[in-house]
Design a protein around this ligand. Sequence first.
Ligand SMILES: Nc1nc2c(ncn2[C@@H]2O[C@H](COP(=O)(O)OP(=O)(O)OP(=O)(O)O)[C@@H](O)[C@H]2O)c(=O)[nH]1
Ligand SMILES: [Mg+2]
Length: 441
Amino acid sequence: MLKKLSERLRSVVKKILGSSNIDEKLVEEVVREIQRSLIEADVNVKLVFEISERIKTRALKEKPLPGLTQREHLVKVIYDELVSITGEKPQILLKPCKIMLIGLFGSGKTTTAGKLALWYKKRGLKPALVGCDIHRPAAMDQLEQVAKQVSVPYFVSKELKDACTMAKQGIEKMKKAEVLIFDTAGRDALDEELAEELKKLKEVIKPEEVLLVIPADIGQVAKTQAEEFNRLVGITGVIITKLDGTAKGGGAITACAVSKAQIKFIGFGEKLDAFDVFDPKRFVSRLLGMGDIEALLEKAKEVIPKEKAKTMEEKLLSGKFDLNDFKEQFLSLQKMGPLSSILEAIPGFGLALPKNLDLSKEEKRIKKWCAIIDSMTKEERANPAILNESRIKRITRGSGTTENDVKELLKAYEQAKNVAKMLRGRGMMKFLRKFGLKLKF
Ligand SMILES: Nc1nc2c(ncn2[C@@H]2O[C@H](COP(=O)(O)OP(=O)(O)OP(=O)(O)O)[C@@H](O)[C@H]2O)c(=O)[nH]1
Ligand SMILES: [Mg+2]
């Protein structure tokens, strides 16, 4: 994906991390190289100059976060600024819904219909496809093929000559499906006729999502296209396809971010699994070289906490210890090394520890817990008491876990809260703090 841009940005990162000293000359050089590579990827020139200025100022004037060297700080600034022009992390519906795909000729709608179906299927929802492209007979065969490839139910009928009737019958026939994906006909321009047809279809389908499929190779033009489609038909988001085959993807992505059209998914290959949710942070990390960036962000995070830890104690003492805090606690605990050695160091705990504690199992469980907490809404994390059956069901779907997993996590959370309460009166806090554990269970 965006191979050339990625190669160039990675070599910039390498150069920074390998340099002996960060001075104005190096920052200038680095910024010039970033400018060149972004412009080559069709990112808007004005935008490129804006972020160059910000990178320069921050690199030279901002104090690095504790724990980061000047070099690492510069890389983090570049990462932050690239994320800022890449858009926001989208909200994706993970519940029964209807999704309508629209877009110009050959943008990748039919392929994307299959990719989306597979994506939802992997997350435990039952998808189905409805082919509303009645203009080309071959379109129906293609939809059928795609549906079979990902093994999901589909509806097309060569007898029908009208897209709206096809949609109506599709809804009727595919009642069992939870996510119904409608493929529509493309045209080589967004003319009145296409707009009319899509509007009518929208009235019939009543979709929760209308996603505009845009091929990355149109670069910055993506902005105009998204705005026009939004004005004439109304869209809820964008899917950018073909990020694998063009140098202009950077333009398409940043242009959408500017137009406020939210990018929900990206496609990066003809294969039906070459598809993912669009996450700006992950995207930029990949561009810059995942390993380097992740390690660096971790480091920055690890050292901030002194004050944060204090607020954590305060939170616990006041009883305001929510699932966000819980997650942070078990993650930092995990970072400290094998669970058993930490627990053994605490009087009384060592003896109680099962002899054959399986640590890889512990780690898996922590991963599961993270996934569960990540699938919760802000409100749920802040107030786990509101978790009822239907919320838990949704969370298990979103995180690929079971209800038992969620219940186990909630139980552990309650225990952590109780242990903390218990420790409060016994001077254990001081002891735990010595281990950098703050208030952990
Ligand atoms: N390399 C690459 N090719 C893609 C991607 N998505 C779609 N394609 C290819 O692009 C071509 C057009 O894709 P379709 O899914 O038929 O596009 P469409 O929008 O349904 O086209 P019409 O129905 O004719 O408007 C096909 O050859 C796909 O294999 C992608 O992410 N990467
Ligand atoms: Mg098609």
